[in-house]
Design a protein around this ligand. Structure first.
Ligand code: FAD
Ligand code: A2P
Length: 271
């Protein structure tokens, strides 16, 4: 009896609804969008929230998404993959300005300043949509209060997949709010691995060969001065972690800050 009563309950309006204010498609596999920000939402740059759309039977279909906008922004920005058969993104990729999405205002995550010890340089290491939390951190003045230099290494198979990050980084120097803070302190190192481009190679290879240090005129990573945040596939995260440990850096957490932190950009098949 009780079960039948629940099933018969009429659908309610979207809980935690936010309105989409802008959508940009970068490739046939990538898009970004902005939406209204709940008044109650406070977050630390680098954290993620659950967002989604109403699913079957009105039950919300939610996925983890890094907030790509900085914590001072009035709106929220997200950068998303389009998985052709993905339960959420096969539909989310069709959102337009004025549509509603669901957003649970409970931010969490490890890619936050509190999980790192103070240092001179911050390395942001990402593949694919793993650049999203760093899009937030690169725009946060606190990042530049804590570190003298920030290095953004972003790697994708093809150049078009780097465009969201490239446009963001290139716009920062002229940004009226944080341009002055960022200018000359944010070093950008984008690479492709499949399409031939000006800079190529996996992040792991460019670190172990020393090429990135040589190209940017920086000393090799050192636990006394360097801090890092990693965000990519599980395989990428594991391999970068091994490289950083080889430089003598140790993994930290919110409750135990150390020299680097890791977060998955997505959960792969069967993991
Ligand atoms: P799912 O059933 O969730 O995924 C289907 C398959 O698609 C996965 O098994 C995987 O192989 C692949 N896949 C999923 N997401 C990605 C991706 N981002 N890049 C490459 N392949 C992928 N996704 C984003 O696009 N932007 C984000 O900022 C983001 N932040 C995340 C933060 C965390 C902590 C975690 C755990 C995941 C995050 N994701 C992000 C992934 C996201 O939660 C969903 O998996 C994604 O939106 C696809 O949802 P789906 O329902 O369409 O397909
Ligand atoms: P590669 O083209 O050499 O595989 P994907 O699209 O498979 O998620 O990969 C995104 C980017 O991350 C690609 O440039 C890919 O390089 C790189 N990549 C994938 N796995 C690793 C890894 N284990 N270590 C370093 N880079 C990786």
């Amino acid at each position: 009896m009780a079960e039948a009563a629940v099933a018969d309950r009429p659908a309610v309006t979207l809980p935690d609804a936010q309105t989409v204010t802008e959508v940009r498609h970068w490739t046939d596999r990538l898009f970004s969008f902005r939406c209204t920000r709940p008044k109650s939402l406070r977050f630390r740059s680098g954290e993620f929230v659950m967002i989604g759309l109403p699913g079957e039977n009105g039950k919300p279909l939610l996925r983890a998404y890094s907030i790509a906008s900085p914590n001072w922004d009035d709106e929220l920005e997200f950068y998303s993959i389009k998985v052709p058969d993905g339960p959420l993104t096969s539909r989310l990729q069709h959102i337009r300005e004025g549509d509603e999405i669901i957003l649970r205002p409970k931010p969490v995550g490890t890619l936050v300043h509190d999980a790192l010890l103070p240092g001179e340089r911050l390395w942001l290491l990402a593949t694919g949509t793993g650049v999203a939390p760093f899009a937030s951190l690169m725009r946060d003045p606190e990042t530049y209060e804590r570190f003298g230099t920030v290095v953004m290494m972003h790697t994708c198979r093809e150049a078009a997949e780097l465009e969201y990050g490239r446009e963001l980084v290139e716009s920062l120097a002229d940004d009226p709010l944080i341009g002055e803070v960022v200018r000359g302190r944010l070093l950008y190192y984008p690479t492709t691995t499949r399409e031939v481009s000006a800079r190529m190679g996996r992040i792991t290879d460019n670190l172990t060969s020393g090429k990135v240090f040589e190209d940017l005129g920086l000393p090799k990573m050192d636990p006394a001065t360097d801090r890092a945040m990693i965000c990519g596939s599980l395989a990428f995260n594991i391999d970068v972690k091994t490289v950083l440990e080889g430089f003598g850096l140790n993994e930290g957490a919110n409750s135990d800050p150390k020299e680097f932190v890791v977060e998955k950009a997505f959960v792969g098949e069967g993991i």
